[in-house]
Design a protein around this ligand. Sequence first.
Ligand code: ATP
Length: 369
Amino acid sequence: MTANDTFTICVLPGDGIGVEVMAPCLAVLEAAARRVGGFGLVFDERPAGALFYRDTGVALPKATLDVAARADAILLGAMGWPDIRYEDGTEISPQIDLRMEFGLYAGVRPVRSLAGMAPVLADPRGRALDFVVIRESTEGLFASRGKGSVVDDRQAFDTMMITRDVCERLFDFSFGLARQRKAQGGKGVVTCVDKANVFASFAFFRKVFDERAALFPDIRADHAYIDATALNLVRRPWELDVLVTENMFGDILSDLGAGLMGGMGFAPSADIGDRQAVFQPCHGTAPDIAGQDKANPTAMFLSAAMMLEWLGVKHDNEAATRAGGLIRAAVGRVFAEGASSFETGGRDGTSALSRKVLDALKTAEPVAR
Ligand code: ATP
């Protein structure tokens, strides 16, 4: 093993159930790395989040940011707490600061059914979903975060920002992902989801999409409006492949996608930029269930699997990719064999599900990405 095969992971557990799902996740990562061999992991755990802000007045300290910048990847639990807010009333969300700081424009939110789960949709085709929402994560309506204005008690404004630079990289990433999925039997379609019929900013978004689509002739470029897409996510999600959309729309669509998988605790994500990436479950800190061993750690485990697969490709380390596939296989097996999370009315809490996944890791065989 060379020095390059030891990956330093900046670990940010955060708040609430973020902390509860991170602890078993590190054990899962260690077990997967040990079983596969061929690479090593060093965890550098750092503070950030709402409780840290309450205690220190800082949500994302510079020391944490420096470690995150130097790390090979960032693994995040969840951050924020309803009662702890900035003076303007907004929630503490360093996860958004990280996206802006490191230019993590591609928010990858896979929607994949797990065998053995109670179906969410009546149509049997809804049991084998496999599509990806790519949420632009640095601009769009979120560019207005901290900059909106409440003019008086009758009017407030926020501004949407779409730039060519970010769009080009976002669309290239999306077409690249569709190409990769096509090589593994995917549909080879990227759908640009917008509201180009109403807003100039979205007409521009679509124009840049069409320009970049021309560079990927092997991939079909499609368009859909956000409202129709919301409908189709429920009516026929099995027809989808890669959806790319603006930040706010992606925020909403990815929660809808999580619902199709059974709930927020099943939805992993990666926020990817040209140099750095953050891997975290789509869910928040869930104050309603925090401290009760009820959090479903699946999304955290699957986010860690995405991290290993990303590291594997980036550093040409096949072992890391295999370890990611091993975690996904172990999670898949556990649910196929009847595990059930509290989130879906089942009986397995965080510790029980974690134990089952750790056990499955001993004998599961890695699945391909
Ligand atoms: P945010 O506002 O940042 O999205 P949140 O915790 O208020 O955070 P969600 O993460 O969207 O909201 O979660 C909504 C609800 O889904 C939670 O209140 C909780 O009941 C449930 N939930 C979320 N994550 C999990 C999980 N990992 N396991 C079980 N239930 C979860």
